[in-house]
Design a protein around this ligand. Structure first.
Ligand SMILES: [Zn+2]
Ligand SMILES: [Zn+2]
Length: 336
């Protein structure tokens, strides 16, 4: 099978011909149809974060395809079924996080495209118990960005407990942001899209943002304060400065939801304002299998639009360059 492999950090990925893997106990072999390109894959390939993957490995955690073979064990899945392989490749299933609906915090988890090989390949192995079925009516192409960008922002909106008519500022309108603003609208939020690129603000408008703010030509904190301040600010841009702006744009009682993972990021919180204004700072990491199932249901019901451009696996290094240069309208999806 053809695969894009990280052989060393910061080097271009190598297209290699590898043997098709054999499924072991509880494993499924998935023939990949579509695989989204997430900024996390670039961090993985560069070894940017404190916990690093071990080269050689295959990135990709927005992988969607059809089950071609299965190892021994009943995982609830069957051959021929379309499934999504998300960041949460596997968890222990019995710790207090796992049994209380917080499998995404399991300390024993394995992550697709990071600690286990992912979807930048014609085939991928996965634990069938953690693969999420893709319902009829949701294409593999749309399902791919929903598998990380979708579920991650859906969970962030859930974590913020957005109530109808609350103002929700989305900092960063890209692969994640274009979906975040749609989930914020679904729960009744008044949405403010913030970005530094005009085409992304136009995209936010076309997807229903009530207000847009260009953070390059104006001060987003001032602009959002003019609107009354944000009840919720979701930080999706991998720039530490935008986290601070998101915090400062909050009104009293506001919630900052941190989602993006800048390579080296610290934010300084003013204790006085945080305490006096009753501000909450929330970290939100991806979503559970149930969250992803809900994301697919909403898409199947026609409540969300996925904006993505199709590319080929051989093009992966150019895809990374385009993402890093901000040339991608929302999401790139490798099509097989
Ligand atoms: Zn991702
Ligand atoms: Zn666990």
């Amino acid at each position: 099978m053809k695969a894009a492999v990280v052989t060393e950090f910061k080097a271009p990925l190598r297209i290699q011909d590898l043997p098709k893997p054999e499924p072991g106990a509880n494993e499924i072999l998935v023939r990949i149809e579509a695989s989204g390109v997430c900024h996390t894959d670039i961090h993985a390939a560069h070894g940017d974060w404190p916990v690093k993957p071990t080269p050689p490995f295959i990135p990709g955690h927005e992988a969607v395809g059809v089950i071609e073979a299965m190892g021994p064990g009943d995982t609830g899945r069957h051959v021929g079924e379309r499934v999504a392989l998300a960041w949460l490749g596997k968890a222990c299933g019995h710790c207090d996080y796992c049994i209380s609906g917080w499998e995404t915090l399991c300390e024993q988890q394995a992550n697709t495209g990071y600690s286990i090989n992912g979807g930048y390949a014609e085939y991928a192995l996965a634990d069938g118990r953690y693969a999420v079925p893709v319902p009829d009516g949701v294409t593999a192409f749309d399902a791919a960005p929903l598998t990380c960008a979708g579920v991650t922002t859906y969970k962030a909106i859930k974590m913020a407990r957005v109530r109808p008519a609350e103002r929700v500022a989305i900092f960063g309108i890209g692969g994640l942001g274009h979906l975040a603003l749609q989930y914020a609208r679904i729960v009744g939020g008044i949405v403010i899209g913030v970005d530094v690129e005009q085409p992304k603000l136009d995209l936010a408008r076309s997807l229903g943002a009530d207000h847009v703010v260009n953070a390059r030509t104006s001060d987003p904190v001032e602009e959002i304060k003019k609107l009354g301040g944000a009840d919720v600010a979701v930080a999706l841009a991998a720039a530490p400065r935008s986290f601070e702006q998101a915090f400062q744009s909050l009104r009293r009682g506001g919630r900052l939801v941190c989602v993006a993972l800048p390579a080296d990021g610290n934010i300084t919180l003013p204790i006085f304002e945080t305490v006096l204004f009753g501000i909450s700072v929330i970290g939100s990491i991806v979503g559970t299998r149930q969250d992803l199932a809900e994301v697919f249901q909403l898409h199947q019901a026609g409540r969300t639009s996925v904006i993505a451009t199709g590319r080929k696996l051989d093009d992966i290094n150019a895809c990374f360059d385009d993402v890093l240069a901000g040339r991608v309208p929302a999401r790139l999806v490798l099509e097989f």
